[in-house]
Design a protein around this ligand. Structure first.
Ligand SMILES: [Zn+2]
Length: 482
């Protein structure tokens, strides 16, 4: 599908709509296999209102920044155009575009709210100057999801009406929640760590970079030994082609360096740092990794994850009553050594050759290990190689909008936690928010109270660490620090 993105000239100067335009272009430009090309209709001389496009120079006009950002991704071509082609699907970013073709969808985001509709909806005065990216990124995810559904799952009739989401109240809403702040001032993130800088974690960094008013030192940890791969470019919103092969934490810190947050990247698993931060943000993608993070029992934890077309964020706890990171997430079974060996044997000479090359072990030694199965140094190396190959497969849909939404919900909850705001004001005990894109207006897109998993050993009443965890959590809330 060739999609036109039209940035309304009358509202193109507003930061909220610039954030919306960038995240929409960002997601469409990564949707190879779904989107063939994007035609960008945008006035040429509008200055950037804030930190908008991490992948482009900061001193170029909006249109150039959007084009250069898309070029840095290097997947779906995005080119400037003077108008949408007749009959082309059109996404209008902005609220007052007069002559939109029929069937156009209006994508609007500002503050904490983002939505999509078939009619323009004006930006309220209170949010005209808001530089916050949370609502805008959600709006972009909703629009990118409509494109995806129309191409891949056309039998699910895309919603044609107006709908939206408010991250301040974490609720479905066609208008922003009253009382949500339009700006942030001196919110100190110190004492916080992010574990996992993949699709969700890197979008969390992207959103915090774009939100003025945040300060402090934040640890980023990611151990992926391959660094950024082509597959990651489908979903990791701040990364481009020039970052291929680089460690994710370091690269995110580099891309997002020009804000008041000081990033401390580590190319290792978080649990290997041996620290217990005041607020641990989990964006890891395996249950085994979640269990390792839970083992540190930090006073506060936030988590976000995706499953196919569903994004979810959780405020972990309260200890012993609300869900922990390990709850409902049994660690994945590891494939046994014998089974891995049997697979190589079944693969014959070519499997031996591949394994020998990958592990840097002579083929004769691989064959000897297959026969005798000794677990010396060579055996350990071979098993490590095989386990790497047997890692969990890619998700069924490599859909950037799901992880972008999860990372945005997580960033919003991070800031709200520091502002001592509950996940949902009208239901302060709710600790979970779920949004699935297959049917975006369904009632399952809501907050809930996720109690602890009765089967979970990590937060069981009998676990010796539970008391420590409860004490830490109580101290943290007494001192009002994350
Ligand atoms: Zn648990």
């Amino acid at each position: 599908m060739a999609v036109a993105v039209v940035v309304d000239p009358r509202t193109a100067h507003l930061a909220g709509l610039q954030h919306t335009a960038w995240m929409l272009i960002n997601l469409l430009a990564r949707a190879a296999g779904v989107v063939r090309s994007v035609q960008l209709v945008c006035p040429p001389d509008v200055p950037l209102a804030s930190r908008i496009v991490p992948l482009a120079p900061r001193d170029v006009p909006l249109r150039q920044a959007l084009i250069e950002g898309a070029r840095a991704i290097g997947a779906v071509p995005v080119s400037p155009a003077s108008a949408a082609a007749p009959g082309q699907p059109v996404l209008v970013v902005g609220s007052a575009y007069g002559a939109a073709p029929s069937g156009a969808r209006f994508v609007t985001g500002y503050g904490w709210w983002g939505g999509i509709s078939s009619h323009p909806s004006p930006v309220p005065e209170a949010y005209a100057a808001s530089l916050l990216p949370f609502g805008p990124y959600l709006a972009a995810a909703l629009a990118a999801a409509e494109v995806f559904l129309a191409v891949r799952l056309p039998w699910y009739a895309a919603p044609s009406g107006a709908y939206g989401w408010d991250c301040w109240k974490q609720t479905m809403s066609c208008a922003p929640a009253p009382g949500a702040p339009a700006e942030l001032a001196e919110v100190d993130l110190s004492g916080m760590a992010l574990a996992g800088v993949g699709a969700v974690g890197s979008t969390w960094v992207h959103a915090l970079w774009a939100a003025p008013g945040l300060t402090g030192t934040v640890i980023l940890a990611d151990a992926d030994s391959k660094g950024i791969t082509l597959t990651n470019l489908n979903r990791c919103t701040p990364f481009g082609r020039r970052h291929l092969g680089r460690p994710k934490a370091e690269c995110a810190a580099h891309v997002a360096a020009d804000c008041d947050i000081v990033w401390r990247p580590h190319h290792t698993r978080f649990e290997h740092l041996g620290i217990t931060p005041g607020l641990l943000v989990s964006a890891v993608d395996t249950n085994r990794a979640r269990a390792e993070l839970q083992n540190r029992y930090p006073p506060r934890m936030l988590s976000a994850s995706t499953l196919d077309l569903r994004a979810e964020a959780l405020r972990v706890g309260p200890p012993g009553t609300g869900a922990c990171l390990r709850c409902y997430n049994p660690p994945e079974a590891l494939t046994g050594d014998d089974e891995l060996r049997a697979r190589v044997r079944a693969g014959g000479a070519s499997a031996v050759r591949t394994l020998a090359a990958e592990a840097g072990v002579p083929q004769a030694e691989v064959r000897r290990w297959l026969e005798r199965g000794e677990c010396g140094e060579v055996g350990t190396r071979l098993l490590r190689s095989l386990r790497r190959q047997a890692e969990p497969a890619q998700p069924r849909f490599a859909v950037g909008f799901t992880s972008a939404a999860a990372g945005t919900l997580l960033a919003a909850e991070t800031v709200k936690t520091l502002l001592k705001q509950p996940l949902r004001q009208t239901a302060p005990h709710h600790n979970n928010v779920t949004f699935q894109f297959l049917n975006p207006t369904a009632r399952v897109n809501a907050t809930s109270s996720l109690a602890r998993d009765p089967q979970c050993p990590a937060c069981a009443p009998t676990h010796p660490a539970l008391g420590t965890w409860q004490r830490r959590a109580a101290d943290a809330s007494a001192h009002g620090r994350p």
